[in-house]
Each structure stands twice: as structure tokens, then as C-alpha cells.
Design a binder for this molecule. Sequence first.
Ligand code: PLP
Length: 405
Amino acid sequence: MQPLSLPPRLLMGPGPINCYPQVLSAMSTQLVGQYDPTMTSYMNEVMDLYRQVFKTQNQQTFLIDGTSRAGIEAALVSSVEPGDKVLVPIFGRFGHLLAEIAERAGAQVHTIEAPWGEVFDPQQIEDAIKKVQPKLLAIVQGDTSTTMLQPLEELGEICRAHDVLFYTDATASIGGNPFETDKWKVDAVSVGLQKCLGGPSGSAPISMSERFVEVVRKRHHVEAGIRDAHHEDAGGERIRSNYFDLSMIMDYWGEERLNHHTEAATMLFGSRQCAIELLREGQDQVIARHKQAGDAMLSGIQAMGLQPFGNLKHKMSNVVGVNIPDNVDGEAIRHILLNTFNIEIGTSFGPLKGKVWRIGTMGYNARQDAVLHTLQSLETTLRRAGFALPTGAAVDAALDAYGSK
Ligand SMILES: *Cc1c(COP(=O)(O)O)cnc(C)c1O
């Protein structure tokens, strides 16, 4: 067997992306025991770092071990009891995922749908809430499948007014677009590292408000073999997952450190470094860097004569959909970009499959040089495939967008 040997790809798809080098270094750190005071103090530090990332005072802010959908599953399976009504406004693939996970948790799921490439008006969501009267609203913030960013600012207020819990999946948007847990009255949010946070997939930071925690706590049942005089069950229906039981995971991250899973320490080191990178550069600065890279990529795409997908007013800053021109074989172009230029861009799902490329500028790759290399390589590849375009216009437009000479 040879040692690992991977090509030096530039990952400009909708995620995963190349990690910050500091994150990779942090992940090669040796382990200590699970309850070693050094380890538990790093766990506390991670809780505090992610409170800053999420902009929240929520005590219950920690990591779910698993990819982003582990965070989604934990939030939904721990809050939703069989028969509970859940409203899921769907504007892309990940909305369908939220609906599916809620359904598997036993919820009575109600959906409303926006056309792919659009988002919801808060009024549409309020109308649906009035009609359905759900226990929980579950909605994606940034759906990489369509590149759209759903405005969330008003939804928390609407949910409070109708006594609905408000959960959002901000995996694809956090770090590259504004997110305000407390200000927007979000009750539960979960994310992943492999988009704008610049880490690998495999850890799902989550944060929960007091009112969300109360709902979960009512369902607390102590794990068999740990139950004793101090640790008793609450009255509610037991959460139908052990691994994603947020009531037990809270006890594990809390002062008691009641044993649950073995912390994925290496992922914790990586998650910690992702937060540090974001906070060291400054969240506003990182969001601005994503906006700048996204704007430059969009300008370049348009200067090449390509049409962006969807309503640009609601485009996420960190990814752009590009309509594949007629007479261009989208997969053949992606193949050349990958194999000749070592650049990965994304394909699409569902109704957009074969019709749209998705090009991301996220985390470590939200950089001018990454934008320029991608545009130049795409231009050359398209030109050689017979697509007529103004030579050099894309990189010029991106440089102009950056205000470069
Ligand atoms: C990319 C993405 C995910 C990823 O989920 P994984 O389980 O980490 O693959 C989840 N939600 C949204 C909105 C995403 O864009």
C-alpha cells in the first residue's frame, strides 16, 4: 500500500471546499482521555466559540458528531414527537431533506413550495403557519441546490406570535452570509463545517434556545445502565434515537458530563479551529470577503456571456448557479476542468440536473486568486469546446469587481 496521495484540487463546487491549513494542522493533534480536564476544558471553549459564531447567549451550544444532517436529525428527532405538526417551506433540495427527516421522526409534515430559484415572502410563511398551526417551523437558510438565501429576519417574530418553534439549517450559509440566532429569535440552528467555515465534513455545531431546550428536556430518559437515584426520567415520550438524543447530549456537554458517546476529538479540534479562523479574521470581514468573491465570480460569469441561475436578489454570496448553454455538454466541461485544470465545480440535483453548474467561493477558497483561476480555466475550456465568448473578459470583469489594476 502506498501512503495517501491525492491530486491538488481546487474545490470550487458547492462544498466540500479546501480546508483552512490551520484546521488541517489542528486535526493532526494527539488525543487525551475523554474526561481529561484538558479535553473537557476544550469542550467548554468550543461551546463558547460557537456561541460567538451563532451570535447567541444560548447555554446549549455544542457539536453533534456527524455530518450536517446529523445536526438536522438531532434537532428534529429530539423536538418532534410522533403526530406533531411540522411546517417545512421548501425552496430546494435541502427543504425536501428537512421534510423527510421530520417525517421519519413521526411528524405530520406540511409543506409549501417556492419555485427553484426563488425564496418565500415571510407573509406566505405566516399564512401557512396560521393554517397548519404547527409545533415547529423547519426551514433552510441557504440552499446550495438552488443558491438561494431565504430571509429569516422576520420569521422568529412570526413564530413567537403563533407559539411555534423555529428551526433552521444554516449549514451552507453560516460564515459567508449574516446569521443572528438571538436577534432573529431562532430556537434551534444547526450547521456543518464544509461550506463557508472552511473545515471538513463530520461535525455539526448546533445551538438551542431555552424554549427549545424545555421541549427536549420533557422527553429526557436516562440511558439504561446509567440511571441511579440522581438521574431519573422526565415524563414525556422518549426520544426515538439514542445517538441524536439532545437531552442526553446536553447532559454529556454539561457540568455533569454524563457519559454518552465518545467525543470525536479530532473533529472537535477541527471545529474549534474553524471558529477561531472565523473570529480571528472577524465575522463581518469574512462575510464581506465571501460577498466580494461571489460578486467577482458572478461578474466574470456574466462577462463570459453565461446566464446565472435564479433570482439574483436572493443569491447566497458564496455560490452561483450557471445555466449551461445550449450545445454545451456540461459534464464534459466539468471533466476537463477537473482533469486538466484540477478544478472542481458542481453539478446539480433534481429539476436542475444537467442544466446548471454550481460554482462556490467558500471559506478558504473565497479568494481572488481562486476566483481568477476558475474563471480563466472555465473560459479556456468553453472556448476550446466551441462556445463563442469574448476572450479575457471574465478575468477582467472579476479583477474590476475586486477593484484591481
Ligand atoms: C451542503 C448542505 C448540507 C450538507 O449536509 P451533510 O450531511 O454535511 O452532507 C446540509 N444542508 C444544507 C442546506 C446544505 O447546503
